[in-house]
Each structure stands twice: as C-alpha cells, then as structure tokens.
Design a binder for this molecule. Structure first.
Ligand code: ATP
Ligand code: ZN
Length: 316
C-alpha cells in the first residue's frame, strides 16, 4: 500500500483524512492501535524517548506523518498538539500524548490513563507587578487576554464572573503592558516569560503535564483495550523506573532499625549479611524526589559505601 505524504506541518483535523492518501483503510481496516503525538514542539522529544524506552521499534525521521511499529500493533501519528484532543475524542486515533492543558481547554471527553512526568507547566492568571489587582475576585468583570479562552472563561464563570475574554494566539504576555487587558491567562513553566514582561501570577487554574489519553470507545473494545493495557504496563514500568534510584549500601547491623525507618523500600529492602561480622549490605529503591535528603539521613545513620544506579524498568 502506498500513502501520499503531505508536506504541510499543520493539519486541521478536517484535513487529516484527505492528506493521508488512502487513510480510511489505514484507520479502519487493521487492528493496530493509533497513537497521536506532537509532531514538532516541546513534547516531541520526550514523547519519542518514552516510546523508544518501552521498546517500540519505528522510524521517526524527516517529515513523516505517521510510523508503523515493527514490534507492536501500533501506528504513531505526528500531529499539531492542538488537534490531538479532537483526534482522540473523535476516535480518529485510540490514544494521544498531549498536555493536560489542551484536554482541559477543549473540554473533550477522553480517558486520562497516565500522567507522564514531562511537559510540566501551569495555567495561571497573571497581572502587572505594579497593578492594584492582587486577587482573581477583582477580575470578575475585567479584560483578560489569553490563548486559552475556554479554560479562562470556565474558570471565571465558575466564580460567577463575566470577564471580557480577548483571544490572542501568541505573545499574550505583552497585552497588559499595551493596555489591551487587565490580566492574562497563560501557561508558564519557569515564570521567566512572565517576569520578562513585568507580570506575576496571582492564581493557578491548572497544573499540567503531558498525559496519555484514550478514546472512550477504544477502551470498551476488548481487543483494543487489551493492547492499550499492554502498552500502559510498559509505560508505567518505564515511568516508575525513572522515579526511583536503586541504592546499595553497607551498614552496621545494629543500626538496621534506624536505616529501615529512613528507607522502607518498595515492599521491604533486601538485607544480605557481609563477611565482616556486624555489617550488612542493604539493597533498596529511593524516590528521586527525596533522594539527597534520604542519602544524608542514611549517612548519619551509619550507612557507608553507598552505590546508586538508575533503573531501566520497574514493574510494581
Ligand atoms: P504545535 O505546533 O504542535 O501547535 P505549540 O507551539 O502549540 O505546538 P508547544 O509550545 O510546543 O506547543 O507546547 C506544547 C505543550 O507543552 C503545551 O501545550 C504544554 O502542555 C507544554 N508546555 C510545557 N511548558 C510550557 C511553556 N512554558 N509554555 C507553553 N507550553 C508549555
Ligand atoms: Zn499548539
């Protein structure tokens, strides 16, 4: 079968079928799962890394619109991130990897299967630093500039507000300085772009990261669901592994209760006696987030020769 590959990078979802040559047969005739990921942007590299880490074999170079996996019944579709919620919602694809902020913005019913631990950002309400506005209650009738009009409107309406929402697709941060708006609703990761424009956040509407989402009907189809669960098991194993470090250490046997209090392990640590009497080796997993804190406590509790390694997969 030959597909004609379009050169356009940005596909509106209506154009999607037309651009893929004989797409209906691709979409409907086989039992492969379809997964949409961002073609080119902040989520692309981490999405591809995740798919490679779970052992999927596929080509992703160049201007491809999709790839077939060699070793799993899955096709990967490269799309604009804004189109992914619709593709998943409509069933054009079974699965998508996209920022939670876009699912929230478009308010599309999909199943969130897993938060993936990358693409972290927050959707915030921000005002100029020297503004008299310090709470969102002061903005209920204000002018709000945003590229997330759906999220902004729902947020203020939930508070009984009726602000004027001004939708801008880029450089939202300059709107308050230009006098176009009293506040903005925008995504921020480090806050640097807000700072650069003399803005500061006064409220967080949503904490976001990349999520794996599924089409509702795909989840009720037994065969699709089985393959989705196989994929999910692998994704969870890689994701869990990235959250932990594997730690081996030697410690005096008599300090064991104290050490086990610091690192309770996933279930329980492995304890191996050493040739040196009174000493044991302890193997355990420590969560990345509290890693240095735990290592300091372990050293104080007498642990020595602490050896740390990364985990590749972790099936809990
Ligand atoms: P596309 O061409 O696919 O439409 P885009 O320019 O709209 O891409 P990106 O800027 O690549 O999108 O952002 C993709 C996603 O990355 C966002 O929807 C959000 O979930 C996440 N993200 C993480 N940090 C930030 C940030 N500082 N600003 C914007 N988005 C961020
Ligand atoms: Zn986009």
């Amino acid at each position: 079968m030959r597909y004609e590959i379009a050169t356009s990078l940005h596909l509106g979802h209506g154009k999607f079928f037309a651009l893929m040559g004989t797409p209906r047969s691709l979409i409907e005739s086989d039992n492969r799962l379809k997964l949409a990921i961002q073609r080119s942007g902040r989520l692309t590299e981490d999405s591809l890394d995740l798919l490679r880490h779970i052992g999927l074999g596929f080509e992703s170079y160049g201007q491809r619109l999709f790839s077939h996996c060699r070793n799993f019944p899955l096709s990967i579709l490269y799309a604009r991130d804004d189109d992914i919620p619709d593709y998943v919602g409509l069933g054009t694809v079974d699965l998508g990897i996209v920022g939670r902020n876009l699912i929230h913005e478009q308010d599309i019913p999909v199943v969130e299967l897993e938060a993936l631990g990358f693409g972290y950002c927050s959707l915030v309400v921000a005002v100029l630093r020297d503004s008299r506005i310090s709470t969102v209650e002061q903005l209920l009738r204000a002018k709000i500039a945003t590229s997330y009009p759906g999220s902004a409107r729902r947020f203020f309406e939930s508070m009984g507000g009726e602000p004027e929402i001004i939708t801008i697709s880029g450089s939202v941060e300059v709107a308050p300085t230009l006098g176009m708006a009293d506040a903005i609703v925008e995504l921020t990761a480090t806050g640097s772009s807000l700072q650069l424009n003399d803005l500061h956040p006064i409220h967080t509407i949503l904490e976001s990261e990349a999520v794996l989402v599924a089409n509702v009907a795909s989840m009720s189809d037994p065969q699709r669901r089985q393959n989705i669960e196989r994929l999910l098991l692998r994704i969870r194993a890689v994701h869990a592994a990235s959250r932990f470090k594997y730690v081996m250490m030697n410690a005096p046997e008599k300090r064991l209760p104290e050490i086990l209090g610091i690192v309770p392990g996933l279930k329980a640590p492995t304890i191996v006696p050493l040739a040196d009497p009174g000493w044991v080796a302890i193997h355990t997993a420590i969560e990345e987030e509290v890693f240095w804190e735990k290592i300091e406590q372990l050293r104080t509790a007498g642990a020595r020769e602490i050896l740390v390694s990364s985990l590749e997969k972790l099936l809990l």
